[in-house]
Ligand binder design. Structure first.
Ligand code: FAD
Ligand code: SF4
Length: 487
């Protein structure tokens, strides 16, 4: 145990975000440096619980009390070994995870939980800075060939595990760069892409082969893919977005979030100076109150939007845990992400319990406003409140309303894998689909989810593939596909 009295004497502390007026002018990450001494104090708050509920909360089964103790004892090199034992990419989760481990932390019952996510990111950032992270190519090759379709966190985790197990792994990605939503969904200010590039360089050095701009199911058929490989991992994500088919949807200026965000990321990659869709000088409305919506807000404000408003059909969530969502569940609370702070500073609104009934256009076919109405809660079927209809000016609208599941036409249809009632790919305990030698991991199998789940599933699917190819596997098996967060 780090410090038996740490949780009594030290309060939870996180790094400051840079001042809004400064960070809004740049695309770099928003947090200031924290400092080693303060971080070691934060690690000392861990009680090394007999039953560490943080393990239960983390889909990867991260050995949290162990690395808290190691950080407190200044053994950072051993800490990264423990962290890498369960997580291929802690620099992604340490920056982007909503941290179900912290919601499950025992200290959270009557105090602020341990700052687990901050300890995680500081361990891996320090490890890179000190030169402790090296390629780990396999000692022995198996001669077996594995195709991974999709290079998001699930595909990358599966590929790294399988390459290290000695297989020849080829990752096929239809985009022009590797990374999935880490590359073209998540904005630079949440995670700078240098973190992704550094990992991909490590993976290439280990022997993983990447083929970009290859749409499997179009450029190569499923039969060709299977014929050329001993096993296939499907990690194509849940890319079919939910639309809003109301009058005026066809107007220019109404876009899906995933049409808008990748263009901003391409500017950061240096592909172009001006994105084809920009918020500059426009009144922007973001429909959808989740993470994707927050990413649209931060992006629009950095592009120089005249105003930004976020709409959410659900009622405003509570500030603190309601009785219906007790510890250690992951509660649905009112969040103040960095983008929300920026929105508040810019005088923008977050409107709850409102629905959009129509997009209104000008004579040239451009959107000029939304017709919105206040609605009752889900128990009323979101019944409109009479007399509350009004117009909200907008020249750019982004739809951030979630995703319906994986794309069926093309690869999945050609393979003939069974889908469940929600349209996701069915897997058994070894992540094997109903087609022999074809496995599935990440959002393609779970539906829209989180990076931490994608990494956990990629690792577990790699175990399944390795067992299938070799008859047994020494790779870890973090989680069965049916596992759900504590809720
Ligand atoms: C805007 C946005 C922000 C998000 N922010 C967060 C966050 O902060 N924290 C968090 O935990 N989660 C976040 N998420 C969710 C998270 O990004 C996903 O759950 C995660 O990326 C899923 O990983 P994946 O590997 O399954 O799929 P993806 O990351 O979607 O990757 C799938 C890849 O497969 C490729 N592909 C698909 N079909 C084919 C094919 N036929 N041939 C070749 N390639 C193919 C796609 O081009 C894509 O690159 C966010 C999601 C979005 C949309
Ligand atoms: S639940 Fe919290 S206090 Fe207990 S071991 Fe995990 S991080 Fe430490």
């Amino acid at each position: 145990m780090a410090d038996p009295k740490g949780f009594l004497t030290v309060g939870r502390e996180l790094p400051q975000r840079r001042p809004v007026d400064v960070r809004i002018k740049s695309w770099t990450e928003v947090y200031e440096n924290f400092g080693t001494d303060r971080l070691e104090k934060q690690a000392s708050r861990c009680m090394d619980c007999g039953i560490p509920f943080c393990h239960q909360g983390c889909p990867l089964g991260n050995l949290i009390p162990e690395w808290n103790d190691l950080v407190y004892r200044k053994d950072w090199q051993e800490a990264i070994e423990r962290l890498h034992a369960t997580n291929n990419f802690p620099e992604f989760t340490g920056r982007l995870c909503p941290a179900p481990c912290e919601s499950a932390c025992v200290l959270g019952i009557n105090q602020d939980p341990v700052a687990i996510k901050r300890v995680e990111v500081e361990i891996i950032d320090r490890a890179w800075a000190e030169g402790w992270v090296h390629p780990r190519p396999p000692a022995v090759k198996t001669g077996k060939r594995v195709a991974v379709v999709g290079s998001g966190p699930a595909g990358l985790a599966a590929a790294q595990q399988l390459t290290r197990a000695g297989h020849d792994v080829k990752v096929y990605e239809r985009a022009d760069r590797v990374g999935g939503l880490l590359r073209y969904g998540i904005p630079e200010f949440k995670m700078e892409k240098r973190h992704l590039d550094r990992r991909i360089a490590q993976m290439r050095a280990e022997g993983t082969d990447f083929k970009t701009s290859v749409n499997v199911g179009v450029d190569i058929t499923a039969d060709e893919l299977r014929a050329g490989h001993d096993a296939v991992v499907l990690a194509g994500g849940a890319t079919v977005w939910r639309d809003l088919p109301i009058p005026g949807r066809e107007l220019r200026g109404v876009h899906q979030a995933m049409e808008y965000l990748p263009l901003a990321n391409k500017v950061q990659e240096g592909d172009t100076d001006t994105p084809a869709i920009t918020a500059a000088g426009k009144h922007v409305v973001v429909i959808g109150g989740g993470d994707t919506g927050a990413d649209c807000i931060g992006t629009a404000l950095r592009q120089g939007a005249a105003s930004v408003t976020q709409l959410e059909i659900m009622p405003r969530p509570p500030q603190a845990r309601p009785d219906t969502q007790p510890w250690p569940t992951y509660p649905m609370l009112f969040k103040m992400e960095s983008a929300h702070e920026e929105l508040a500073d810019a005088g923008g609104d977050r409107l709850y319990a409102v629905n959009t009934v129509e997009f209104l256009g000008d004579d040239d076919g451009n959107v000029r406003a939304l017709k919105i109405v206040e609605v009752g809660g889900p128990e009323t079927g979101f019944k409109p409140v009479e007399g509350t209809e009004r117009e909200l000016p907008a020249q750019l609208v982004t739809l951030a309303m979630g995703f319906l599941g994986p794309q069926k036409d093309g690869l999945l249809d050609q393979l003939g894998v069974e889908l469940d009632q929600r349209g996701n790919v069915v897997r058994d305990r070894e992540y094997h689909t109903t087609v022999p030698g074809v496995f599935a991991a990440g959002d393609m199998g779970r539906g829209q989810s989180l990076i931490v789940w994608a990494i956990a599933e990629g690792r577990a699917a790699a175990h399944g593939v390795d067992s299938y190819l070799a008859g047994h596997s020494a790779l870890p098996y973090p989680i069965p596909p049916t596992a759900r967060p504590i809720a």
